[in-house]
Design a protein around this ligand. Structure first.
Ligand SMILES: *Cc1c(COP(=O)(O)O)cnc(C)c1O
Ligand code: SF4
Length: 331
């Protein structure tokens, strides 16, 4: 069980992540015909996928819903009107390097640009991470704003993926957040419990539970096939440790744009005690147009989910709109 693993294990799993499309295709018994496109599109945003996530893909299936999330394909080069670099207006809400403040009471720290997996649809595939803090001193202006603005009650650690930070840096950031008197909650937005489950170790759980701030973990899984084996185990550990755990998914054509996939995802999550929180309409980032599902289809899927599932298992379908004061539900 990963709960008893020494903390360094996840670093080894991360180092072993697949970065070469040839290795990925070969290990899944897929045709080398897919390779040139994968190499080419991988130059815009390189392939990266941990072996644990690869192990949950179906061999020989080029349309596997997990593979589609990570394999670079030729469609990423398509220019599509409305698909832009800063798809969610992040630049406009920046209050200090690394600090985004868009919504009432919540502020978000862009803690790192790294992730353990490169999701092809990611709205941050073109985010200017090099402008964000690197050293601990670089964070001073962000924490000055947090100390001054007493309306902020919840701090969201995001990225990239905040659980990619070393134990020391994560602990340092948490400690600084704990020193802001008016904060009462810390939320962690991470895909690592899904794609690199051994990141959920006892040291992490202990650090979060020891915090003066109430911890909330928001993970990111899109398809029921992701929630098996070591991933299911990591979610169970989070939930059993008493940390409120939510999931956000992105609605993706060819991945989860079916009632079966979405209902199956919700069922697996709630069986483990994880609440389906949001289903996001895709952010219109350049290179991701082929993943877009129409609003009309999205609403049909939601109506079906409401018919099939208990209310608490139906996520809110939302879209992020630049300048809006909250995520906007689609109805
Ligand atoms: C999504 C997001 C949040 C959190 O919004 P919730 O509706 O509370 O989940 C906060 N800040 C930013 C910049 C976000 O993009
Ligand atoms: S883990 Fe999250 S931030 Fe990282 S590439 Fe995937 S969607 Fe983007």
């Amino acid at each position: 069980m990963s709960v008893t693993s020494p903390p360094s294990d996840w670093h080894r799993s991360l180092a072993a992540a697949i970065r070469d499309p040839h290795v990925l295709l070969k290990s899944l018994g897929l045709s080398a015909d897919l390779l040139p496109a994968a190499r080419d599109a991988g130059e815009l945003f390189p392939l990266m996928v941990p072996t644990s996530f690869r192990d949950r893909m179906e061999s020989g299936n080029p349309n596997d819903p997990l593979l589609r999330q990570v394999l670079p394909i030729v469609e990423e080069h398509a220019e599509s009107p409305g698909f832009v670099v800063d798809a969610v207006g992040d630049s406009a809400s920046k209050r200090a390097p690394g600090l985004l403040h868009k919504y009432h009471g919540r502020a978000l720290l862009v803690t790192t640009g790294s992730c353990a997996v490169h999701c092809r649809y990611c709205f941050r595939r073109s985010y200017p991470y090099h402008e964000e803090p690197r050293t601990l001193d670089d964070w001073a202006p962000a924490f000055d704003v947090l100390h001054e603005d007493t309306s902020i009650r919840e701090i969201i650690l995001s990225g990239g993926d905040p659980l990619m930070l070393t134990e020391v840096r994560l602990d340092d950031l948490l400690t600084r957040c704990e020193a802001v008197p008016h904060l009462s909650r810390v939320r962690i937005h991470s895909r690592l419990p899904i794609v690199l489950p051994d990141r959920v170790n006892q040291e992490l759980i202990d650090r979060l539970r020891a915090s003066r701030l109430t911890p909330i973990m928001v993970v990111h899984a899109n398809h029921p096939h992701e929630i098996v084996d070591d991933c299911a185990e990591s979610l169970r550990e989070l939930v059993e440790s008493g940390i409120t755990t939510l999931n956000q998914a992105v609605l993706l054509k060819g991945v989860n744009d079916s009632v079966d996939a979405l209902a199956g995802l919700s069922e697996r999550l709630v069986d483990l005690g994880v609440i389906p929180y949001y289903l996001h309409q895709l952010d219109r980032v350049r290179g991701a147009a082929h993943f877009e599902v129409s609003d009309e289809r999205a609403l049909e899927l939601m109506a079906e989910l409401r018919r099939l599932l208990p209310g608490y298992a139906v996520p809110q379908l939302v879209r992020e709109i630049s300048g809006e004061l909250h995520k906007v539900p689609l109805v």
